[in-house]
Design a protein around this ligand. Structure first.
Ligand code: SF4
Length: 274
C-alpha cells in the first residue's frame, strides 16, 4: 500500500528591498500571518544604509530576515554579459541578482508573495509570474497610501530609510542606473568610495574596448566635475522651488486627500526599490 503524499503548506513570503514601502508592509503584516518569511535579495552592492535599516527592522520584527545569495559576484555576471553594464533596456541585474534568487528560494512550493504596492500607486511590478507564486497587495486591499506608509513607519519607531536623510530616494544598488543625477551627486558627497567604485566600471571593456556608462549622456568622471555638480544642484533646487509653488497652487481638497506627495517618480523595479 502506497503512503499518501503529504501536501506542503503554502509558504508566506515578504520580500524586503530596503525601501520604505516593503518595510512598512512588514510592520503592517506583523502577527497577521503565521509563518511569514522575510527575505532580502542581497546584491552585495547595497548601500551601508540598507543593511542598517534591515537590522533595525529585524529587531522590531523579532525575526531573522533571510538574505538570499545569487551564487556569484556582480563582476562575474558582468563578464558573462560581455561587460555591458545593466541599464533600463538591459536589466539583467534584477533578473539575476533579485528575481532568480527569489524564485530559487521558493522552488516549487506554493507561495503567497506579499507586495507593498500602495493604494495610491498605479505601478505594476517586475514580479515573478511562476504559477506557484501568487502575489497579494495588502496596502491596496487596506487602502494604505503614501501618508499611511509614513504613519506606519513613524508609529513603529522604525522611521524612513536612513538614505532619505541625505536626499536619496530609492533603495537598491549604490550604482543603480535608475538614480537621478542629483542622487549621483549626493552619492559622491556621502560615499565617495562607492562613487569611485561605480566610476571604475566605466572603463573600456577588455574584450571589445566598449565603454558603458551608468547614466545617460555623461560619464561619472564628467558628472563629478565641480562645475557640473554645481549645475545639477542648482537645477534640482529650481525644480524643488517650482514643486513647492505648484503644491501651494493645488486645491486644498487635493492636499487633504493626500493626492500629492514629495516622492520621486518611481521608475525602478519593485523587487529592488519598493
Ligand atoms: S537596484 Fe538597480 S542596479 Fe541593482 S539590481 Fe535593481 S535595477 Fe539593477
Amino acid at each position: 500500500m502506497s503512503t499518501p503524499k503529504t501536501v506542503k503548506p503554502t509558504r508566506h513570503i515578504l520580500s524586503l528591498s530596503g525601501g520604505k514601502d516593503s518595510a512598512a508592509l512588514a510592520i503592517h503584516m506583523r502577527g497577521k500571518v503565521e509563518g511569514m518569511e522575510y527575505i532580502f535579495h542581497d546584491t552585495y552592492k547595497e548601500l551601508p544604509d540598507t543593511y542598517e535599516y534591515l537590522d533595525r527592522l529585524e529587531d522590531y520584527l523579532g525575526q531573522k530576515i533571510v538574505k538570499t545569495t545569487y551564487g556569484t559576484t556582480f563582476d562575474d555576471l558582468l563578464r558573462q554579459y560581455g561587460g555591458m553594464l545593466p541599464s533600463n533596456h538591459r536589466r539583467w541585474c534584477t533578473r539575476m541578482m533579485k528575481l532568480k534568487p527569489f524564485e530559487d528560494y521558493i522552488g516549487a512550493d506554493a507561495c503567497i508573495n506579499y507586495v507593498g504596492i500602495r493604494a495610491d500607486e498605479a505601478r505594476v511590478g517586475y514580479i515573478s509570474h511562476k504559477p506557484n507564486i501568487q502575489a497579494v497587495f495588502p496596502f491596496r486591499d487596506d487602502g494604505i497610501d503614501y501618508e499611511g506608509v509614513q504613519r506606519i513607519l513613524q508609529d513603529s519607531g522604525i522611521g524612513m530609510p536612513p538614505y532619505t536623510e541625505w536626499g536619496r530616494t530609492r533603495s537598491g544598488c549604490f550604482f543603480c542606473f535608475y538614480q537621478q543625477k542629483i542622487e549621483w551627486v549626493r552619492l559622491k558627497q556621502r560615499y565617495p568610495e562607492l562613487y569611485e567604485e561605480a566610476k571604475a566600471y566605466e572603463k573600456p571593456n577588455r574584450v571589445n574596448g566598449n565603454v558603458f556608462n551608468w547614466c545617460q549622456n555623461e560619464s561619472l568622471a564628467e558628472l563629478e566635475q565641480p562645475e557640473r555638480m554645481a549645475e545639477i544642484l542648482e537645477k534640482w533646487e529650481l525644480q524643488q522651488a517650482r514643486a513647492v509653488q505648484n503644491r501651494k497652487n493645488l486645491p486644498l481638497v487635493t492636499t487633504l486627500a493626500g493626492l500629492e506627495t514629495n516622492e520621486a517618480p518611481s521608475t525602478g523595479c519593485l523587487i529592488c526599490h519598493l
